[in-house]
Write a protein that binds this ligand. Sequence first.
Ligand SMILES: NC(=O)c1ccc[n+]([C@@H]2O[C@H](COP(=O)([O-])OP(=O)(O)OC[C@H]3O[C@@H](n4cnc5c(N)ncnc54)[C@H](O)[C@@H]3O)[C@@H](O)[C@H]2O)c1
Length: 283
Amino acid sequence: MSPPAGVVAPGRVAVVTGAASGIGLGLCERFAAEGMRVVMADVEELALSDAARRLSSQGSAVLPVLTDVSRPDQVDALRDEAVRAFGAVHVLCNNAGVGGSHGPLWLIPAGEWDWVLGVNLGGVINGIRAFVPLLLAQDAAHIVNTASIFGVFAGALGPYGISKHAVVALTETLHFQLRALGARVGVSVLCPGAVRTNFGTSARNRPASAGAGPADGAAARASAEQFRQLAAAGIEPAQVADMVVEAIRSARFYILTSGNRDDAVRRRGDEILSGSPPAPPFP
Ligand SMILES: NC(=O)c1ccc[n+]([C@@H]2O[C@H](COP(=O)([O-])OP(=O)(O)OC[C@H]3O[C@@H](n4cnc5c(N)ncnc54)[C@H](O)[C@@H]3O)[C@@H](O)[C@H]2O)c1
């Protein structure tokens, strides 16, 4: 598929979920710097309005839309708001995500599975269902789904890694289906390594429905600390945003943001072919 021409360009419209912080905010800032109009979706109301106010005070056309991506009705409403305000959508970044805990799978409460899979995978599914028919009717568009490096090497980190493997598979399927249609909608899957964001505190958005259990105890603190340490060693969201814009422009599909897990990615392919059990991705 040839790269869609000029979807990152002045006057074009980007919709970004998880836009109030971290990678999503970095994407919004970069798209705004390109002269695009930006629809910022997030579940955290105060952080969202602060971020949107800051971007619009710099002269950007910005629309904040309070959205829980795990709710199909709210993602449909996000699309409708975007079209009402700006008339079209050219770049969709399904980026919102949460960490959860990653103790033994059998000890993770059902509500926590629902939360992590509902946001990380359900949010992407809701974005695809709500937006793809609209994008197919336009001249050109590009979708970027945020997975993780944890989506491409041997499964780890419990529900989080499982959700991210699913986002990679979903995005590959979407690519095949759009290519079969000859659609002018490009697709990429963003698989960041460590990035300096607020991801280590993603339990701040944990709903009561996720229930109690390991997520509220020592395992949760260990998970948060592991995510915090990973993120602290990471690159800046602005660097990720640069890579995403470059990937959209060059029709790059897999976007890995650091090379320090390449061996673990290669090893997984070798293990699948040889039948040997997976080695842990971390030494
Ligand atoms: N930071 C990293 O090192 C790293 C590495 C790999 C992948 N990722 C992925 O990058 C994406 C962005 O995370 P980040 O690191 O910027 O973290 P972050 O916590 O800084 O930002 C995530 C944003 O998503 C929002 N959000 C959470 N639940 C939501 C919901 N239900 N609906 C809408 N918005 C919601 C949060 O309010 C927050 O603004 C996630 O999908 C994450 O899994 C991050």
